[in-house]
Design a protein around this ligand. Structure first.
Ligand code: ATP
Length: 236
């Protein structure tokens, strides 16, 4: 079944036309990667889906239900979790408190509900730091916490915006393992990334964007084997 369907959307910032007739779909249980260089339109696509940049034309549906005209918080309640590029955590609260304030039971959350304990099983490093104020965490730890607290909303679809950004190689490796673990729970994900290597083991399918348009789509295996596309649309 198609969980998310984006059909021919056009999105703007003021007068700037950013996304052009963009379509993509994500089936339940899939991990789909949105790839492209800086400024290609990845963030704008995620913001269009969550309602922060409502498309001026086209349709977005979740389980067949139109999201058109809904405010971001309503879209989130239908079961979409959004992890923005800028990590939003409460610096003065501990890890455990950050998780507790994010706990929600709306949506139809795919499967078993998330608890702090279940989140700590996925991110064991956060368990060891659970009483530390989030403002004193490293960039990688904050990224893990941002993902962890979004899971506490029990989303059935997780949108991740450049999770790898600014992270050191060792931390990246840890995060890749954790995202693979998350995928193992059956959670559906749409991941925007510039770092192809980071997602090459994680994703089932890819869409490559350039100048707000889909230039290529295929399975991850096809994409990884296609040097031409990687050279044309990505900095690799
Ligand atoms: P990045 O890796 O930089 O986030 P991206 O692929 O996510 O890249 P977007 O952030 O979606 O790209 O940006 C797409 C285009 O929209 C770029 O040309 C960018 O300059 C423009 N843009 C982004 N935010 C705004 C804004 N608030 N107002 C006007 N133009 C914007």
């Amino acid at each position: 079944m198609r969980l998310l369907e984006v059909s021919g959307i056009d999105s703007y910032y003021g007068d700037s036309h950013i996304l052009f007739d963009l379509s993509l779909e994500v089936a339940a249980g899939e991990v789909v990667c949105l790839l492209g260089r800086n400024g290609a339109g990845k963030t704008t696509t995620l913001k269009s889906i969550i309602g922060l940049v409502p498309p001026r034309s086209g349709q977005i549906t979740l389980r067949g239900r139109s999201l058109t005209g809904l405010a971001p918080f309503r879209i989130a309640r239908l079961g979409i979790g959004y992890v923005p590029e800028e990590r939003r955590i409460f610096g003065n609260l501990t890890i455990r408190e950050n998780l507790e304030v994010a706990r929600r039971t709306w949506g139809d959350g795919a499967g078993e509900p998330w608890t702090a304990d279940r989140v700590f099983d996925l991110f064991p490093h956060l368990r060891t730091l659970r009483d530390r104020p989030a403002g004193r965490l490293s960039g990688g730890e904050q990224q893990m916490l941002t993902i962890a607290r979004t899971l506490m909303g029990n989303p059935s679809l997780l949108l991740l915006d450049e999770p790898s950004e600014g992270l050191a190689p060792l931390v990246l490796e840890m995060l890749a393992t954790q995202l693979a673990g998350l995928r193992g729970t059956g959670l559906t994900m749409l991941v925007a990334e510039q770092n192809v290597h980071f997602v090459s083991e994680l994703g089932d399918r890819v869409y490559v964007l350039e100048k707000g348009m889909v230039r290529y789509q295929g399975t991850m295996a096809e994409f990884v084997g296609n040097d031409e596309v990687r050279r044309a649309y990505l900095a690799v």
